[in-house]
Design a binder for this molecule. Structure first.
Ligand code: SF4
Length: 453
């Protein structure tokens, strides 16, 4: 096998697949009831994330901005932040405020934690937590923003008291549908758990009249404080939440289990096994049935998917999970690409390639321009990634499975799940149908190739 790792050397990204870092911290903040983010930067640093998130989640996205201008860029944004925090507190009455730095405020060197301290000293009536999260987009991506938020949360909020018998689960960057699937597994196994953070309802809510001041759902501050007393912490994405799980372990002695994203049979097995290991709870008949249905779906479809060449791009943990699932389907991942600059990720992918006997190119810190060039030289049959890849799929006339963030040219995708046995079964069906649509039609379980039907 000749799997190779290629790291982008170009100083500029062409058609990047990443989003900016504050979006990650904003997304995690949405998982806390009544919390709100203020981005310390220019207005665009709030408009761009709002725009991206609203188009993916189809929900109103509220975020404040300190609205830095030319003057504040030169003389510093202290006053804007201090006044902004006061306005935000008085007008919104939030339960928690996340202050995200941006490229601009990091570059001019604003000391955000000191500004927050000054604000709290001068306003003793403000007793809510205010978290400062470093999110310059020239250091990392939306993944980094989410991860930094979780670390900050784990460092500042939990308080040790009495064991609560719960399991903390940090799913990482997933969709509300995925969070619901994880909660379904916990419920089914009768395991009291806390999903950190839980934006399943806040970013996929209903229409209520009168409109609630803050969207329903999300973790309460009491739940977050109590997370120190859990039996253990399971992080389902190494790049988002793995470090936070280690913080829980270091601060409170809570065992940390850092697993691959539970996509497909093997990865979901690991998650379920870890849950039983931590809690002693048995695997229920319903969970076994869900696993059996996934196996059945793989059996039913393998004759159509075996040997199908696929390119996958997106967030590192998502891509890693998808590589395993498509390999379980007998497909051949040819190009796997992420924008994140992670040596560990490429090492993990190399190990996965060795384990599964794959032959693929691993593109690190890369972009869609590089992927398209590769695909032109050596075509694949299927593309998996978020909406920004649709131009490649259209030009190469191949089907595309939309996964990741953002999916902005389809509706309802944030409600779907790809994790757990049920999520994988739905994904196996979708991928197979896309392949069939491309290859031809099936009559009496026999594939008739285009031109022969
Ligand atoms: S300047 Fe930086 S933080 Fe602001 S929107 Fe652009 S990438 Fe994001």
């Amino acid at each position: 096998m000749t799997t190779t790792v290629i790291k982008q050397k170009r100083a500029v990204a062409i058609n990047p697949i990443r989003a900016c870092a504050p979006i990650g911290a904003m997304l995690a903040t949405f998982g806390i009831h009544g919390a709100i983010t203020i981005n310390h930067g220019s207005q665009g640093c709030a408009t761009y994330p709002r725009h991206q998130m609203a188009r993916h989640f189809r929900e109103p996205i509220e975020v404040a901005t300190t609205s830095l201008t030319e003057n504040t860029t030169i003389y510093g944004g202290r006053e804007n932040l201090v006044v902004g925090l006061k306005n935000l507190y008085e007008r919104f009455h939030p339960t928690l405020i996340t202050v995200c730095s941006t490229c601009l405020s990091e570059t001019i060197g604003d000391d955000i934690p000191a500004f927050i301290d000054e604000f709290l000293d001068n306003n003793p009536e403000v007793t809510i937590p205010i978290l400062s999260v470093r999110t310059p987009s020239y250091v990392g991506t939306h993944i980094t923003g989410f991860d930094n938020f979780l670390k900050e949360l784990a460092l500042k909020l939990p308080r040790k008291s009495r064991p609560n018998g719960k399991v903390n689960v940090i799913p990482g960057w997933v969709n509300p549908g995925d969070l619901r699937e994880i909660k379904h597994i916990l419920r089914e196994m009768d395991i009291p758990g806390l999903v950190l953070t839980d934006y399943s309802d806040t970013l996929d809510g209903g229409l209520y009249s009168p409109k609630p001041h803050f969207p329903r759902g999300g973790n309460t501050l009491d739940e977050l404080k109590d997370s120190a007393n859990a039996k253990g912490t399971i992080a389902l994405q190494k790049h988002i939440g793995g470090e936070a799980a280690k913080v829980y372990n270091k601060r409170f002695g809570t065992p940390a289990h850092i697993l691959p994203m539970p996509i497909g049979i093997a990865n979901t097995d690991k998650f379920i096994e870890t849950l039983t290991l931590l809690t002693g709870k048995p695997i229920t008949e319903e969970i076994e049935a869900e696993r059996a249905r996934l196996l059945d779906a793989l059996m039913d479809t393998h004759m159509f998917t075996t040997g199908v060449k696929v390119a996958i791009f997106g967030d590192p943990d998502l891509v890693e999970g998808l590589v395993r699932l498509v390999a379980e389907m007998g497909m051949e991942p040819k190009y796997v690409l992420t924008a994140t600059d992670s040596v560990n990720w490429s090492k993990d992918l190399m190990a996965l390639s060795d384990e599964l006997g794959l032959d693929m190119e691993i593109l690190v810190k890369s972009d869609l321009y590089a992927l398209h060039k590769k695909m032109k030289a050596h075509p694949v049959d299927l593309l998996i990634g978020h909406s920004k890849g649709k131009y490649i799929a259209e030009e190469e006339n191949i089907p595309m499975i939309r996964l990741g963030f953002p999916v902005e040219d389809r509706y309802g995708y944030h409600r779907r799940s790809v994790v757990g046995y049920q999520g994988a079964t739905a994904l196996v069906d979708e991928i197979t149908n896309a392949v069939l649509e491309r290859k031809g039609s099936v009559i009496s379980n026999t594939l008739l190739l285009e031109g022969n039907c």
